[in-house]
Design a protein. Structure first.
Lengths: 344, 344
DNA sequence: AAGCGCGCGTAGAACGGTTTACGTAGAACG
DNA sequence: CGTTCTACGTAAACCGTTCTACGCGCGCTT
């Protein structure tokens, strides 16, 4: 048997060590900038790494140490609000070794769990969950396995994981106050459809609480109307149509997210209603299309970028060892546009 | 030193083997449904797996074999067209072992390369690149390292990787024909900004070719106008405004993607133009918001779901060993709405 | 009956990092 | 000058899979 010519080998940590004339462990220390390497050694090693174009093998790292991968779990990709959050996360990870990878759960608790498992199986160092559909005990269970930060899930009863939120009650209050000041009296709230594990931890529930309180405060308790609808175009439009064709239709609809507000706007237009003359519409998240002239949608800005940035920061702290839970809250801000302002 | 009580150990392939009373390799074979296991043995092993709740350790798998992870590289998250593609990919992977994970490059070639590296480092089995900004030689280089399928990048000169596209020339032709039939004569094309590596492989260039040919065909060569603009709201709006404030403004604008068409629509509305009376607008991708009454945007449907589905199928074939490149093409379809139809 | 191929299963060597346990040299100290 | 630290490096074990090479027994051919 003739010897097979040595084909181009992978550059491993061993190759680097040899080239730099040091031990394998020394190179590893440099990579993880761990304690116990002199500047001289660090320099030699880094030179070799650059020269050889060495890249650490993530799977091998995952066997013992970290993978420097963070999971980002989103409910869906149609709502551009999540893009804002990602932007914030990217900003936070800019100069770090961490790489974010996304999973999309399609707003289904089952898929969400499967994705969490998949991410844990891949030894990700931590996960950011956005708008999770999981009940709190499931989240606790996950948190005991792998560091997580949960965005848009209110910490009720001192959970064992970090959370990042905007003040949803305040957001809803701002909406009601804004509408009432503009003369609208029958303000309805169009919320998300109820899931299996409905609870006060959900942002839509928090918004509902704020909405109810503010309506009460304004002396409009009798006009409180809450409708729950699914995420699809059809469901949202049907709900809107039903509300607007009722005997006493609302003169303003507060939608739990912009996405839905645009569907309501579409229905209103189809029905020949004037916005905001016959109907005012408000969204939530202040996503990019709110600003388009054909929408001109008043919305609540909860700054997705900040949420993402803080979530990433908290997650890395967790990974580095923090065990005490932290909860970050952003103050929302109302951005008024034509959909609630007759004059402009 | 007192012995530390044995804490709950991870369930490994060894645990399963022991429980089922077989060898480790036998379990591995069952997991990968490889050749050489009897039904009896397979049953025993699967029972143990279920009983113990065993989950294979992806990092360990990555050391030797596959990770059953596919990378999905998207340019950005604001354009909901990519959500459609993901839907298709998910459909294709439904009953497979493969798990898709997303990376977002922010439409920057540098970030894109970094993400590809990151995915390769993590031993992903293959990558689907959507709307890549990389020049063809870079793609070839990547393809030699890891199986890839490229969506929205036309195969020119027999590249060594698979591609999935719609017929962009035809799409543009359909647009021009539709507009001309409706009586519009000065049809402009609002395309993507030119990058460093501009070429015929780009979908926007293909659309431009189709547009020019169709205009020529219609005897409107003298009215050909092509404008390139960036992705941000401001850039798109500025470009639109400039076009519309010119001495001889177009009476129809064909935008390379819906996203941009909505910005143009916004500008038109701001300028008090009637759509489609003064200006017809057409987009591309037929994303969900085209159907909203306030937009009612005529668009080209290239079926993101099909693109995603086929890409995933091709990628898995590649991973399983195919070496001959394949190129899948979808026939686009025009969906007419009010933005080009005065009557409706 | 020896030989052969086939179907099923096994033992053990990789894979490429991280981490532990342990040298070793030089400085500081009494 | 011997001892004790401290700072830096090293060798080797280890992580959980996959994969290669091989063993065994059975039935079929010659």
């Amino acid at each position: 048997m003739v010897a097979i010519p040595t084909q181009k080998q992978r550059v491993t940590i061993r190759t680097v060590a040899e080239d730099a004339g040091v031990s394998v462990a020394a190179v590893s220390k440099v990579l993880r900038d761990a304690y116990g390497v002199s500047d001289a050694l660090r320099g030699r090693v880094q030179a070799s790494i650059a020269k050889l174009g060495y890249r650490p093998h993530a799977a091998a790292r995952g066997m013992r140490g970290q993978t420097y991968t963070l999971g980002l779990l989103m409910p869906d990709l149609h709502n551009p609000f999540f893009a804002d959050i990602l932007e914030g996360v990217n900003t936070a990870l800019q100069r770090s070794q961490y790489q974010p990878l996304l999973g999309v759960s399609d707003s289904a608790a089952g898929t969400e769990l499967a994705l969490i498992d998949a991410m844990a199986d891949r030894q990700m160092d931590g996960i950011i969950l956005i708008g999770s559909r999981l009940p709190i005990n499931e989240l606790e269970r996950v948190a005991s396995r792998i560091p997580i930060v949960v965005i848009a899930h209110h910490p009720i009863g001192e959970p064992d994981f970090d959370t990042v939120n905007n003040d949803d009650r305040l957001g809803a209050t701002l909406v009601v106050q804004h509408l009432v000041a503009a003369g609208f009296k029958h303000v309805a709230y169009l919320s998300q459809e109820l899931g299996a594990h409905n609870s006060d931890t959900m942002v839509t529930t928090q918004r509902e609480i704020g909405y109810r309180a503010a309506m009460h405060e304004a002396g409009l308790s009798r006009n409180i109307q809450v409708v729950h609808a699914g995420q699809t175009s059809r469901e949202a439009q049907n709900a809107a149509r039903q509300m607007l064709e009722a005997r006493h239709p609302p003169d303003a609809i507060f939608c739990w997210t912009d996405f839905i507000a645009l569907e309501v706007l579409s229905v209103a237009r189809d029905m020949g209603l004037d916005v905001p003359g016959d109907l005012a519409i408000v969204g939530y998240d202040n996503t990019w299309y709110c600003d388009l002239a054909q929408n001109a949608l008043t919305s609540i800005d909860q700054s997705g970028q900040v949420l993402g940035l803080q979530a990433a920061r908290l997650l890395i702290e967790r990974i580095k060892g923090r065990t005490q839970a932290e909860h970050y809250v952003v103050t929302p801000r109302l951005v008024a546009r034509r959909s609630t302002q007759p004059g402009s």
